[in-house]
Design a protein around this ligand. Structure first.
Ligand code: NAD
Length: 434
């Protein structure tokens, strides 16, 4: 811990010496980052399995390939994204030239969570480096094997003068937050988000807070419910429900719930078998604290399928709860686990009122047939993202901004949005002297 101020000073000296600014340096770092992911994939898979029971297919797509794609997309467009951008001037300033110049901010701090422990520190790192910054990466202590793998491999692949990994828990993060950074990128819960923002305020450091919340799924009466069940199951139960953009609960309109519930049970059986505890595709809860928290939520409704738990193995079966009251415990907090409550609402109006009466979610999903209904949802609700017909996958589109609003966070990243987040957009007016 005593080395933290020294580490940050070293990175700042490298930044100030101009080491991270050249485009060649940035591209070389991104290329090395991708090489690390591909060459060390087996080590990362083993670490993800040790910490989260994550299967290799999910680990490959959601952690390794996701970040590798983000690198490819950034390398393809970086020249254009950081090129000075001409801005039209008002007539009274003519003749003259207006330009927006993107300059790196300096030294960034990335604080990551445990649920996608590789993806959620390396995807922001792609943007931080592409924008020409130095960075400290602080992985989550709750996924210690992945944290150790990051600490082992990053210094071997990336420029150690400009990128450092600091491992640790609250004391180390607190010490990091005492330092002066030029940007702080935090992913995790809102309680710590507030601690991060308070610490950042001391140095007037800009922050991006990627937080969570209860992302609803509206299911209307005029859609293929089998398809809806399949896609909801895909989004909800990957990583045993420990996904920030996972569907949190379903608002089923009219008589949809009674038709949807058996379909959800059927799809779950097809995906994980009669005994999900024996399925190599099904993950585990990260620790006993979260296991105990989730176990208490199982009593919030009638169990349609699932409900089984095994504390020793941190296993909670994929569970669908019906007849859930809006004020029940499972509706009081972000679930962040494999429990899907289904609530009935009489109409679209009631679904919208339900959603707007609560914190703004990170994502809102809807299986609805008519374009008018889609438009009403877009116009009358607020969320970080909207997914019609498919949950979660919007985050894999690098040209869509990713982030939350209100309680689900602030700031955007992915693709070009990362460049803007980690840059100073400098306004330049050039007026001829003549
Ligand atoms: P976590 O417990 O791993 O904490 C995240 C980070 O905060 C860790 O690096 C940890 O060391 C640090 N931290 C914890 N307490 C701290 C303190 N008192 N002071 C300073 N730093 C501290 O992860 P978590 O918060 O349990 O993550 C789950 C939450 O994150 C959920 O709400 C989820 O929705 C959200 N999440 C959001 C996104 C997103 O992209 N928006 C992605 C993943 C998770």
């Amino acid at each position: 811990m005593s080395e933290i101020p020294e580490v940050v000073s070293r990175l700042r000296a490298a930044f100030q010496a101009g080491r991270t600014k050249p485009l060649e340096w940035r591209k070389a770092q991104l290329t090395a980052l991708k090489a690390m992911l591909l060459e060390q994939a087996d080590d990362f898979f083993a670490a993800l399995h040790a910490d989260l029971g994550k299967n290799a297919a999910e680990a490959r797509s959601a952690e390794i390939t996701f970040v590798a794609n983000e690198v490819d997309h950034t390398l393809e467009h970086l020249d254009a994204w950081v090129a000075p951008e001409a801005a039209p001037l008002p007539e009274r300033l003519l003749p003259g030239r207006g330009t927006v110049v993107r300059e790196p901010l300096g030294v960034g701090l990335i604080i990551g969570p445990w649920n996608y422990p590789l993806h959620l520190v390396l995807a922001p790192l792609v943007g931080v480096l592409a924008a020409g910054n130095a960075a400290v990466v602080k992985p989550s202590e709750l996924s210690p094997t992945v944290s150790a793998a990051i600490a082992r491999h990053v210094p071997a692949y990336l420029d150690p003068e400009a990128v450092a990994v600091v491992e640790g828990a609250i004391p180390e993060t607190t010490e990091l937050l005492e330092q002066h950074f030029d940007h702080i990128f935090y992913t995790g819960n809102g309680v710590v988000g507030r601690i991060v923002m308070t610490a950042a305020a001391k140095h007037l450091t800009p922050v991006a807070l990627e937080l969570g919340g209860k992302s609803p799924v509206i299911v209307d009466t005029d859609v293929d419910l089998r398809l809806a069940a399949e896609r909801i199951v895909y989004g909800k139960f990957m990583n045993a429900g420990q996904t920030c953009v996972a569907p949190d609960y379903v608002l089923a309109i009219g008589d949809t719930a009674e038709k949807l519930e058996p379909l959800l049970a059927e799809v779950l059986r097809a995906k994980f078998g009669d005994d999900p505890a024996a399925s190599p595709d099904y993950g585990r809860i990260v620790n006993t604290r979260h296991f105990d928290r989730l176990s208490k939520l199982l009593g919030s409704g009638r169990v349609v399928t699932g409900g089984r738990t095994d504390r020793d193995r941190k296993f909670i079966a994929p569970t669908v709860l019906a007849d859930v009251a809006p004020d029940s415990p499972v509706m009081g907090e972000e679930i962040f686990g494999p429990i899907l409550p289904v609530l009935t609402v009489a109409s679209l109006d009631e679904a919208i009122t339900f959603i707007t009466g609560r914190d703004k979610p990170l994502a809102l999903y809807a299986f609805v047939g008519s374009p008018e209904t889609k438009q009403r949802i877009l116009d009358e609700t607020s969320s970080g993202a909207v997914g019609f017909g498919l949950p979660v996958a919007h985050l894999t589109a690098s040209d869509l901004p990713f982030g939350g609003v209100g309680e689900s966070g602030m700031g955007r990243y992915h693709g070009k949005y990362s460049i803007d987040t980690f840059s100073n957009l400098k306004a330049v007016l050039d007026k001829p002297l003549g």
